[in-house]
Design a protein around this ligand. Structure first.
Ligand SMILES: O=C(O)CCC(=O)C(=O)O
Ligand SMILES: [Fe+2]
Length: 426
């Protein structure tokens, strides 16, 4: 736009600097499904794209990213590092805001967002994060007021956490935003080279103890049950990702979901990620809950036969019916008679009783992409609600007793005396 480069010193940003910056910016759009929308009823802000921006403080280098990683993943539970990619600079002048949204996922590996607020005088513009029944009001102006100069205030959060920039009541609020990615080419934040078969991935905790009790409880009718956990976060699934490691959200879980996965692995279970769907009602009004190993593609899910049981089973060899209360093979035989008789074993062989430890609150795995508000248009990458389902009849008992012997070890008791020679198998 005809601007030559301008350098701002973040320790002393003058009103003239802010005016120059505003001049270089353009109105910031947001994403509604695949569309880029300018609507100052939702987002009233200016932006400078990443290609026009160079910031000397690079959070992706040095210690910062490693420390951030340690705080977001406090156990030795991820086996990859982090990468931060700048997205843009935002200027919110008086009256500016950005209504509640989730940050648009870019790939399977994107898990977080990082926002820096610069030390320019302003009031309002707090960033409010909401997730399930919790919320956090990030008050950058107060933090910056009390901080020596130069300073920045930052907040990092999982990108599927809904957030909102409240109205700026005076001054100019300037932020620089980054996306955070898991990166398997980088070292994990807490090195685990000394992990051996006997070193627990997690310190002893009530979840582990409870899981051990369940799988050791002789009275528990394990044969017939799977345990199901609806995960706390949503995860991106990309339909165009040509990553040769494949779509593997299992290694990209966030926070407590990763903790749960590690706990299940620790007691010898073999968790898998599943997507729960509800079949369309048949002419008798019956519906079935069905677990798939992949989400149904976003756009198709709206049309035609995509919700029918026969379609779901045809499209996924690992599809399973989860019996609802009162449903059984008999129900199916009575209701879906024609389908059942064509292939009597198909459905009954692939059905399970799931005891939901954390029950899903939405039956549909899919968030409806066409109405979702994001910070950018979304193309072929959407968030999905995910479950972990484990077959508890399928425990490797050797593994379990091994691990329970060392369950008192706390995480930091591990030192160089632990053998580094044996890799954890499986
Ligand atoms: O400017 C901010 O504080 C956050 C902006 C934001 O949420 C976004 O760009 O997605
Ligand atoms: Fe955002």
């Amino acid at each position: 736009m005809g601007h030559l480069g301008t350098v701002l010193n973040i320790g002393s940003i003058s009103q003239a600097d802010i005016d120059t910056l505003i001049d270089a910016c353009e109105p910031a759009p947001f994403g509604r499904g695949p569309d880029s929308v300018l609507d100052d009823g939702y987002r009233k802000a200016l932006k400078l794209d990443e290609k026009n921006l160079a910031w000397r403080f690079n959070p992706d280098s040095g210690d910062f990213i490693a420390q951030l990683a340690q705080r977001l993943c406090p156990w030795k539970h991820i086996d990859q590092g982090f990468r931060a990619e700048v997205t843009k600079l935002n200027v919110y002048t008086q009256g500016g805001f950005f209504k509640a949204h989730k940050d648009t996922p870019k790939s399977h590996q994107m898990f977080g967002s990082l926002v820096f607020t610069l030390q320019t005088p302003h009031t309002g513009g707090n960033l409010v994060l909401r997730h399930q029944d919790r919320s956090l009001n990030f008050d950058a102006p107060s933090l910056l007021n009390f901080a020596p100069k130069p300073a920045v205030a930052y907040v990092a959060f999982y990108s599927d956490v809904e957030h909102e920039v409240l109205e700026v009541t005076s001054g100019a609020r300037i932020t620089i935003t980054f996306n955070l990615y898991y990166d398997s080419t980088r070292a994990p934040p807490i090195l685990s080279t000394q992990r051996s078969h006997h070193t627990p991935l997690l310190p002893d905790n009530p979840v582990l103890r409870l899981l051990r009790r369940i799988i050791h409880d002789a009275g528990y009718d394990r044969e017939w049950y799977h345990l199901g956990f609806s995960l706390e976060h949503q995860y991106p699934w990309s339909f165009t990702d040509d990553d040769p490691r494949g779509p593997a959200p299992l290694k990209n879980l966030k926070g407590t979901d990763m903790f749960l996965l590690r706990a299940l692995e620790e007691v010898g279970l073999k968790p898998s990620l599943r997507y729960l769907y509800e079949s369309e009602a048949d002419s008798w009004g019956n519906q079935f809950d069905i677990l798939l190993s992949e989400p149904i593609l976003g756009r198709d899910a709206c049309y035609g036969e995509a919700g029918q049981m026969a379609y779901l089973f045809r499209s996924d060899f690992d599809a399973q019916i989860v019996w609802r209360k009162g449903q059984s093979e008999e129900t199916l035989r009575g209701i879906a008679k024609a389908q059942y008789e064509r292939d009597p074993l198909k459905y009954s062989r692939n059905s399970v009783n799931v005891e939901w430890v954390t029950p899903p609150d939405r039956t549909f795995a899919e968030s409806t992409p066409s109405q979702n508000l994001g910070n950018e248009p979304s193309h072929e990458v959407y968030y999905y609600s995910v479950c972990i389902v484990v077959d508890i009849s399928d425990v490797d008992y050797d593994d379990v007793s091994d691990v329970s012997e060392v369950s008192d070890d706390s995480d930091d008791s591990e030192d160089s005396s632990v053998s580094s020679s044996s890799e954890k198998s499986s």
